[in-house]
Write a protein that binds this ligand. Structure first.
Ligand code: ATP
Ligand code: MG
Length: 422
């Protein structure tokens, strides 16, 4: 029969990788909790309008990357392409601002974008992200960057660079857009087709274009920092002062505007040379007007998200301990299997990670499988053992064997401390 394969750009995270992912998630949770964040579990589907309104209708995500389908009642539903819009929706819907002046929330989960699959770019990918609502103070921007840095530190990831910029607010942005238009109007022929369209609707997007020629042109274009209003400039300078006091290294990247419309003021990316073309491992910024645009009270806010697949590729997984089962029960013959099965049940009831190979086979072949699984010990139960009322316990590290009366096995293994931890 014809084989069914996973959808293009969508992949499985196999057990060898998933243990590492769990380790990374655990470290993220620990770090975020230390900084006072709480987890929010947001839905994978939302009404499509949420993303049109937040991310922006003339962004790549909304124009060509979103998975949208019609529900049976005709409603337009989208698979979430990112997490911020959902967290903002939830923040408003659940009246977070009534009970607290600020909120710190994080999420972990899959996102969906119909991009061209390539290294570091999938159609279903995973993000670890966080949002803060209620503070416009520049110190929180620095604290957030400090937290990401701290998280990478706990994973022993090094060699990345923090790039920051400020893209202003609704007050100073129009002046910058005009300056951009005047710069590009004489150079339209040199822009890619996409950017010629961007010129009309969203000229700032041109600065984010990945095509090499637009990229080079954008380097000469007016810089956001030269057009900031006094408040935005003061904010940006204070973000930098606070960053300096945390001791984190950073560079200012004037072209950093981000690909989503909702950002204001601070934008940032953590990039790593070892990631190749898709070099951003984490990205985010402020979005002081978004909560209001989605129908909530005026609320300054900021957030970031980290791409799990890219983070994984920067992480040295050697340091993560595998969790093989502790005990492998080798059962020989039908009677041996019955005894072994009842022993297995008792071990599992005690919480001792154990497995039994139901396909049976010779002692030698079962031992080979136990070896491959890297278990700590093997229990052997064959006819001999049953007749003598014992089991043979083989320590796989020291390669020594002892015979234990069947009635004492569980008690003995229960008391070996390392067998308990899974
Ligand atoms: P990029 O410049 O790589 O397209 P982006 O600006 O679209 O990134 P965001 O929407 O801010 O990125 O997402 C934050 C992070 O999520 C990125 O820095 C990256 O690590 C990861 N990411 C984004 N899109 C993908 C994808 N298609 N596959 C894997 N990871 C992704
Ligand atoms: Mg993108």
């Amino acid at each position: 029969m014809r084989q069914i394969q996973a959808i293009k750009g969508i992949r499985d995270v196999l057990p060898e990788e998933s243990v590492v992912w769990q380790h990374i998630n655990q470290k993220a949770r620990e770090t975020f909790h230390t900084f006072g964040y709480q987890e929010i579990i947001i839905p994978i589907i939302e009404v499509a309008e949420l993303f049109l309104r937040s991310i922006g209708e003339t962004t790549d995500i909304v124009e060509k990357e979103m998975y949208v389908f019609e529900d049976r009642d005709g409603k337009k539903i989208a698979l979430r392409p990112e997490g911020t819009a959902s967290v903002v929706r939830s923040y408003i819907e659940n009246n977070f601002s009534r009970t607290s002046t600020f909120s710190k929330l994080y999420y972990i989960g899959p996102m969906f974008r119909r991009e061209r699959p390539q290294a570091g770019r999938y159609r279903q990918f995973y993000q670890i992200g966080a949002e803060v609502f209620g503070f416009d103070h520049p110190m929180i921007d620095a604290e957030m960057l400090f937290m990401i840095d701290q998280f990478f530190h706990t994973l022993n990831i090094t060699g990345y660079e923090l790039q920051i910029n400020s893209i202003g607010c609704p007050l100073c942005r129009p002046g910058f857009k005009e300056a951009l238009k005047s710069f590009f109007i004489g150079r339209l022929a040199e822009l890619c087709e996409n950017c010629r369209r961007r010129f009309e609707f969203n000229p700032m997007r041109i600065l984010d274009c990945k095509s090499t020629h637009c990229h080079a042109l954008a380097d000469e274009a007016p810089k956001t920092l030269d057009y900031l209003c006094d408040d935005c400039l003061t904010h940006f300078n204070k973000v930098q002062d606070s960053l300096k006091s945390t001791g984190i290294q950073y560079i200012i990247k004037p072209r950093l505007v981000r690909g989503l419309d909702y950002y204001t003021r601070t934008t940032f990316e953590f990039v790593s040379g070892s990631l190749g073309a898709q070099n951003a491992v984490a990205a985010g910024g402020r979005y002081d007007t978004l909560v209001e645009e989605i129908g909530g009270p005026p609320t300054p806010a900021l957030g970031f998200s980290i791409g799990m697949e890219r983070l994984y590729s920067l992480f040295d997984s050697i340091s993560v301990q595998k969790k093989p089962p502790k005990i492998f029960i080798v059962a020989l013959g039908e009677k041996g299997q019955e005894k072994a099965f009842s022993l297995l049940n008792q071990l599992l009831r005690e919480g001792i990670p154990s497995i039994m190979d139901y396909s049976g086979g010779s002692l030698k072949s079962q031992m080979r499988r136990a070896d491959k699984l890297e278990v700590s010990s093997v229990l052997i139960i064959g006819e001999d053992e049953i007749n003598k009322g014992i089991v043979t316990l083989r320590d796989m590290t020291t390669k020594t064997q002892t015979e234990i009366p069947l009635s004492e096995v569980i008690e003995r293994l229960k008391n070996i401390k390392s067998f308990k931890s899974c």
